[in-house]
Design a protein around this ligand. Sequence first.
Ligand SMILES: *Cc1c(COP(=O)(O)O)cnc(C)c1O
Length: 332
Amino acid sequence: MSFIEINKTDYFHNLEILSTKAGGKQRISVVLKDNAYGHSLLIMAKLSSEFGIKRAVVRFSEEAIKIEPFFEHIIILSPKKGEKENPKFSYVINDLTQIPLLSQNCSIHLKVDTGMHRNGIDISQVQKACKLIKNLDGVLTHFRSADKLSSELFWQKKIWEDVKKEVLKLREKRPLFHSANSAALLRDEKCYDDFARCGISTYGYHSLPSSFKTPKLKPILSLWAEKIATRSLNKGDRVGYSGEFEATKKMMISTYDIGYGDGFFRFDGEGELLNGEKKPFLGKVSMDSCAFESDKQKVSIFQDASYVANHFNTISYDVLVKLSTSIPRVVV
Ligand SMILES: *Cc1c(COP(=O)(O)O)cnc(C)c1O
């Protein structure tokens, strides 16, 4: 059976780098949405809590409930109508129309659009929102181009600083402020707000151009597959759907139990894609299997999701988050 290994030492290495940069463990929140980017919500909640992280960010309250014992504070990015008040949970408001859908007693974090134009209220609505929300415990924004070498982050941060000033004038109690994702934290000298929201960097990746000085993060997830069947091929024998691979010599191959049904990408057999042991995938990836020149009991499919991401012209987030929840995850 295929499985995923999560490397605890490397995870703690990443968290150490990030919390040092941010100015302490209390200035980091770990983003555990979407099954902790495919790593396993529960495993990553337990490990980050063991490391000393007190704050987590998830998408839904169903996730927050599962990890409640591990954190002091959990931020829910996409609350639904009628969410219940919970002393540990804060709900993010993305639009003024969401305010009446939640109980007045819920802890609210207000998201302000400082230029990404995705979620969050317009800066012209900050005053109104500050009047309407009873428990405004946090204000946040999200940067659209923190990983791009351009001036965009600078003007967006300027707008953010103006929003902070305005909120401080309007509210008696100072809410928590947070804006930086992984790229913004890694790019800046330090964390300028109360805490940063770190997702992909905790898992060992960043997408900053090489011109930025970045610490050496370590990918913590590796995907493994086990052998299903072994056979020997003669020169000219073909493998898999449409016989995309043709043996150029006598060789021993095996099939392994990972395919696109497990959330791995469907390699179409054209060009070259290497597994985690630098062996080429032979032919097309099937729904539940793939083939390599090997007769080992288990093979590494990948150790570094950014290699797979590059091949498929996507980002490491996309490769990781698609991994099926039915693949067992083990901590090593
Ligand atoms: C997903 C998400 C993050 C984490 O971003 P990374 O690039 O993975 O660090 C931070 N903030 C918000 C609002 C998000 O949705």
